[in-house]
Design a binder for this molecule. Structure first.
Ligand code: GDP
Ligand code: MG
Length: 439
């Protein structure tokens, strides 16, 4: 096994960076994955071109193939594009916050309006829902029912009043009631048309919303890019809600939204219930769109392996320098804990023949040592002789750490012994290195 690993490493060593050549195959794979996830074709083209340019010349991490490295770069770009690493985006502030819902018919606007009202309520904000979908009587009933279910008032004027007028009076009502937020639900159409956009524009200029949220069905598919462009051009959205993410869709629409409008996705809908609203997490979404989670896991493993190697190397370097103060004593113990705790202790000189129970006790012991060392000042820690020689200092450290003086003495002995062993190891290492150089 170790020989085949070595061979693999040597091969990778030769292709240490991403080149046009070794990116060719994974590039195809990524293109296919994005199209399968329903990212719009022009968006895929632009995105892939950008990533290709950016990835060229990227160093390939030791222990992974160029394919894996390339997919890691793509994943990072996706995350960057969709969220810039800043975590979930919330609603814009406002007094009151005025949230205008936009989107085609059936995408989940009314449902999302209710979900947002509940979300605001949970963050201790009072809310008013406003029903302006006058084209279908059932639409008003739907919002009223939702409002009742989550105990949020709904403002409506039936189907005979102009939607713009309803929106305006709804906001006035919200101010009169003194609520923190008002959510204006609107009517969609089956397709983008001038009727809908005209109405949205009028409502928008009448109520001046802090947020104009485009609701997009995750199943929209290739059309998402055109759709987002049309709405963003007409009403300048502040963000989007991606609904029906509980379905099978890989959510490529998320990338299209972001790439076309530059606006963030603020929430995702994950079901029909009012509670089924989540903040948008770019990393989760990137992984879902790419559908290459296992490849990325591989990359992470390689990264961790390298970190372990580096930690071990640092330890060796300290040993070779023959420096070993209380900080080293503690660090070594800490890093051993991080790297698998008790198992690593077995590799310490003097610990190799000890039982599990004894090892457990040893760890407790080290914890006690850590408390004592933490109570030392900088001089004592880096120059152990000062405290080894001074009873007064030992007494003070015992008091400050809440340990017995005998325990402090025990630490001094343990430290001196370990230092002696380390000294021995260090000499051995030097001999080995000298031998290695003669080869
Ligand atoms: P509107 O026409 O844009 O107002 O859409 P509605 O809010 O009336 O929703 C249309 C349908 O989609 C309803 O049956 C909703 O229950 C359903 N729906 C909305 N959001 C989600 C979601 O996140 N997941 C699922 N599975 N269904 C949803
Ligand atoms: Mg509706």
């Amino acid at each position: 096994l170790s020989r085949s690993l070595e061979k693999a490493q040597r091969l990778i060593g030769k292709t240490g960076t991403l080149t046009a050549e070794n990116m060719k195959e994974p590039l195809k794979e990524v293109r296919r994955a994005l199209l399968e996830a329903d990212v719009s074709l022009p968006v895929v083209r632009r995105f892939v071109k950008k990533v290709e340019d950016r990835a060229l010349g990227t160093k390939v991490l030791e222990g992974v193939t160029p394919d894996v490295q390339f997919i890691k770069v793509v994943s990072n770009e996706l995350i960057d594009l969709m969220g810039g690493g800043v975590g979930a985006k919330d609603l814009e502030p406002g007094f009151p916050q005025i949230i205008l819902m936009a989107g085609l018919q059936g995408v989940g606007k009314t449902t999302a309006a209710g979900k947002l009202a509940l979300y605001l309520k949970k963050s201790k904000k009072s809310c008013l829902l406003v029903a302006t979908d006058v084209y279908r009587p059932a639409a008003i009933d739907q919002l009223v029912k939702l409002g009742t279910a989550i105990d949020v008032p709904v403002f409506e004027l039936g189907t005979q009043v102009d939607p713009v007028e309803i929106a305006k009076r709804g906001v006035e009502e919200a101010k009169r009631l003194g609520v923190d937020a008002v959510i204006v639900d609107t009517a969609g159409r089956l397709q983008v048309d001038e009727d809908m956009m005209g109405e949205l524009r009028s409502i928008k200029s009448a109520v001046r919303p802090s947020d104009t949220l485009l609701v997009v069905d995750a199943m929209t598919g290739q059309e998402a890019a055109n759709l987002v462009k049309a709405f963003n051009d007409a009403v300048d959205i502040t963000g989007a809600i991606l609904t029906k993410m509980d379905g099978d869709s890989r959510g490529g629409a998320a990338l299209s939204v972001r790439e076309v409008s530059g606006k963030p996705i603020k929430f995702v809908g994950v079901g029909e219930k009012m509670e089924a609203l989540e903040p948008f997490y770019p990393e989760r979404m990137a992984s879902r769109i790419l559908g290459m989670g296992d490849v990325l896991t591989l990359y992470e493993k390689a990264e961790q392996a390298i970190k372990k190697d580096e930690d071990a190397k640092k330890m060796m370097d300290r040993l070779l320098e023959e420096k070993f103060d209380f900080n080293d004593f503690l660090n070594q113990w800490k890093s051993m804990n991080n790297m698998g705790g008790l198992q690593m202790l077995k590799m310490m000189p003097g610990f190799n023949k000890v039982s599990e129970k004894a090892l457990y006790e040893a760890e407790k012991q080290f914890e006690s040592y850590a408390a004592i060392i933490n109570a030392m000042d900088e001089e004592e820690r880096t120059n152990p002789e000062v405290i080894i020689k001074s009873m007064a200092r030992r007494r003070r450290v015992a008091q400050e750490s809440g340990k017995a003086e005998a325990e402090v003495s025990k630490l001094m002995t343990a430290y001196t012994q370990l230092r002696a062993q380390v000294g021995g190891m260090s000499k051995l290492l030097k001999l080995q290195r000298a031998g290695g150089n003669q080869e």
